[in-house]
Design a protein around this ligand. Structure first.
Ligand SMILES: *Cc1c(COP(=O)(O)O)cnc(C)c1O
Length: 357
């Protein structure tokens, strides 16, 4: 029996999807592949409410984050930082020699649109990076509202990491003015790790034309050239693409996008209620994530001991706090294909272990 992952990525993958990885391989320069690629485009565009192409990255999400800042910044990038992954994005920009500044907000506070407006009014920036759902803190930043602010600035691109949110909660790429919306598949998509996807706007491609080339593999123009032929630049992770096709069909044609988002809201609400009853929730109210809850360890329990017992006796795994929050908080992932019943089962088990009544 395997350990069930209630971690905020990687997440549990259904056997049907794992089986897709064992499909006979196809060649990536064939008509059969182009058909697969086109099908993925149709479904991914539906999921993201966009007309933009959605590129496939044979890398984890970090590769797509790197592509965003190396292709999308000519003048200077504003990195909005309120957690570990948004901080990483700043470091990625820095280490690639991309001109950038960070603006820091306390990790339990959301990025507010007014702050973004104030920073952009300096006229120094032509791109903004933001993490929609900070997996490290269980914070969901106000994506739509920040997008509204950025729309007021004509030449500023909006680069969004939606890694642990995409396929779990609504993201309207075109309406909300998102130029790049990226995610790895091992979070709310509930697929194995190793592939990332990102929608890319015309504005971003135009910017990439003007930027000094910093990469071949993560060069969006190279990727676009192949996209136009319904192909990828290099050999993609073909097994993952089969699994992605199956999962997108299940999400869109069988469960329904709206139902999927509703199920995530219900799971989140249930975990939040439990957390408030027995512990507390780390981020400020009003911005709690719909896919992961970061629970303050107000009872001073041993999180490693709790996890050990969960894994050894019940084959369930949750996550400790991230970075500085280790020991001070723990995280429960309620994303992907888990149901409310699964989440109830986990919380009943934790109550049992901790003798909570
Ligand atoms: C997991 C995660 C990442 C990093 O993803 P990798 O696939 O490990 O590169 C980046 N951002 C967020 C918000 C994440 O949750």
């Amino acid at each position: 029996m395997h350990d069930k992952l209630f971690t905020p990525g990687p997440t549990e993958v259904r056997a049907e999807l794992l089986n897709e990885l064992a499909s006979p391989q196809i060649h990536h320069r064939t008509e059969e592949f182009r058909k697969l690629y086109d099908e993925l485009q149709i479904y991914l565009k539906k999921l993201l409410f966009t007309e933009n192409p959605v590129f496939l990255f044979t890398s984890s999400s970090t590769g797509a984050m790197e592509a965003a800042v190396t292709n999308g910044v000519k003048k200077r990038c504003l990195c909005l930082v309120n957690g570990a992954f948004s901080q990483r994005w700043y470091q990625i920009a820095q280490q690639n020699g991309v001109p950038c500044d960070r603006v820091d907000v306390e990790w339990n506070k959301a990025i507010k649109p007014e702050l973004v407006d104030e920073k952009l009014s300096s006229g120094k920036y032509d791109a903004v990076t933001m993490v929609f759902n900070e997996t490290s803190t269980g914070m969901m930043n106000p994506l739509k509202e920040v997008g509204e602010v950025i729309k007021q600035y004509d030449d500023v691109l909006f680069l969004v990491d939606s890694v642990s949110a995409m396929a779990g909660t609504e993201i309207r790429v075109d309406e909300w003015g998102i130029d790049m919306c990226l995610a790895g598949l091992q979070k709310a998509f509930a697929l194995p790790a190793g592939l990332a996807v990102a929608s890319v706007s015309d504005r971003l491609l135009a910017r990439a034309e003007e930027v000094e080339k910093r990469s071949y593999y993560f060069n969006l123009l190279n990727m676009y050239k192949y996209h136009q032929r319904s192909q990828t630049l290099s050999t993609p992770a073909i097994p993952h693409l089969f699994a992605l096709r199956r999962q997108l069909k299940d999400i869109i044609d069988i469960e329904g996008i709206e139902n999927r988002f509703k199920r995530h809201r219900e799971m989140a609400h249930y975990v939040q209620e439990w957390a408030l009853e027995y512990f507390d929730i780390y981020p400020e109210k009003g911005y709690w994530s719909q896919t992961v809850t970061c629970i303050l360890n107000t009872r001073d329990i041993s999180i490693p001991d709790l996890n050990k017992e969960l894994v050894n006796k019940y084959h369930m795994r949750i996550a400790n706090g991230y970075g500085d929050l280790k020991g001070k908080a723990f995280r429960i992932g309620h994303m992907g294909d888990w149901t409310l019943a699964d989440i109830r089962g986990l919380l009943v088990t934790i109550n049992d272990i901790l003798s909570l009544k």
